[in-house]
Design a binder for this molecule. Structure first.
Ligand SMILES: *Cc1c(COP(=O)(O)O)cnc(C)c1O
Length: 369
């Protein structure tokens, strides 16, 4: 058998999560966010699992073209819009929608010769202060777009929350009221889109016409409520196996830098996963790992290809025993918290050398070798 690490991708869970998002989103349409290779899950298989979404959203035209090549006919929105005038031609040809967030992009649009009209989402910076026009610029943007009405199929209004994961966030309230103030000055028929996953959960008043869930679709809670309580199922389960077990005597130390000092004689299991696979190098000793269905603590530094865990409490652990790094049985959010990062980064960071297998890490994987 090859090196035993695998990322199981449960497409049924993705389908299920989409239904949960629908149930939570009222009448809003769903723009499924599949940027960064479907948050590391493989964009084609994710898109195929989410065909019941009303549209897809990605970061760039390259990601959109990948979706089109895989046969996706849905509306697709480029969340950062275009990076050059030329890209607008492909946008028109492929029937994509673009976010318009800056005067530079507006100039590019004015300079482009389009064969077909395109869908535009005006991005309003209501307080995140990343992309978007300031509220007081929207009227001028609107006038300039009006002159381009022959190349525009439709215009929507979009914003993005900075702190929707915090319940009762004052910032979210401020952003919402700034957004609504801008809407007052424009035709009230324009479609609006504000909510990422966290806002779908915490800000029902911000659902608007289109919600933009990302992380929830992958089965991860966007906030303090657990994924279980939201009815979400993990899509990715990262598994590996024990490749060595040994006794290490009190007074020794383990791993690079000898960072974990062995207080009493300890049984150590070595697992085939490391930062070269996307396991977070900064996970401290004590971070939980699921070995044979039991939580055990990581000890010593994470290496490129291996980690070491203390299995003194589990005398039966042996080479080939199954390990879950995150996913079913161990929420990725829990590891993220222990490692000082976020689920998004862990999911996106699974490296190329990790083989993906479609399905659940079922009996076959967990059966003893
Ligand atoms: C990535 C992204 C989303 C999705 O965010 P989640 O927190 O994963 O739900 C929504 N909107 C925009 C503009 C994004 O960039």
């Amino acid at each position: 058998m090859s090196r035993p690490i695998r990322a199981y991708i449960d497409c049924d869970a993705a389908r299920h999560n989409l239904q949960r998002v629908r149930a939570l989103s009222g009448q809003a349409k769903i723009m499924a966010v599949v940027k960064a290779n479907g948050y590391g899950h493989g964009v084609e298989r994710v898109a195929q699992s989410l065909l019941e979404a009303d549209a897809f959203a990605v970061a760039s035209i390259d990601e959109a073209l990948e979706l089109r090549r895989s046969g996706v006919l849905h509306p697709i929105v480029l969340l950062e819009g275009v990076f050059s005038t030329e890209e607008f031609s492909s946008v028109a040809q492929e029937g994509l929608g673009v976010v318009l967030h800056s005067w530079q992009q507006l100039q590019m649009l004015e300079a482009s010769q389009l064969s077909l009209p395109i869908v535009i989402w005006i991005k309003i910076d209501t307080g995140m202060h990343r992309l978007g026009f300031a509220p007081n610029e929207i009227e001028r943007v609107w006038q300039r777009l009006h002159a381009l009405s022959n190349i525009i199929a439709s215009i929507g209004l979009m914003t993005h929350f900075a702190a929707a994961d915090e319940p009762n966030s004052v910032l979210s309230e401020v952003q919402l009221s700034r957004f609504n103030a801008v809407r007052q000055s424009l035709p009230d028929t324009l479609p609006i889109s504000m909510a990422n996953s966290a806002a779908i959960v915490h800000l029902p008043q911000a659902h608007g016409d289109w919600v933009r869930p990302g992380i929830m679709l992958y089965g991860v809670s966007p906030c303090d409520v657990s994924a279980d309580d939201l009815g979400l199922r993990p899509v990715m389960t990262l598994v590996s196996r024990v490749i060595a077990v040994k006794k290490v005597l009190a007074g020794e130390c383990i791993g690079y830098g000898g960072r974990w000092y062995v207080p009493v004689d300890t049984r150590i299991a070595v697992i085939a996963v490391g930062y070269g696979d996307g396991y977070p190098r900064h996970a401290p000793s004590g971070t939980q790992v699921l070995v044979n269905g039991q939580l055990v603590p990581l000890v010593g530094r994470v290496s490129m290809d291996m980690i070491t865990v203390d299995v003194s409490e589990l005398p039966s652990v042996a080479v080939d025993d199954p390990v879950v790094l995150w996913g079913e049985g161990l929420p990725v959010a829990q590891l993220a918290q222990q490692a000082g990062t976020i689920s998004y980064e862990l999911l996106c960071g699974v490296t190329k050398r990790v083989p993906c297998v479609e399905g659940r890490a079922g009996a076959e994987w967990f059966a003893h070798a």
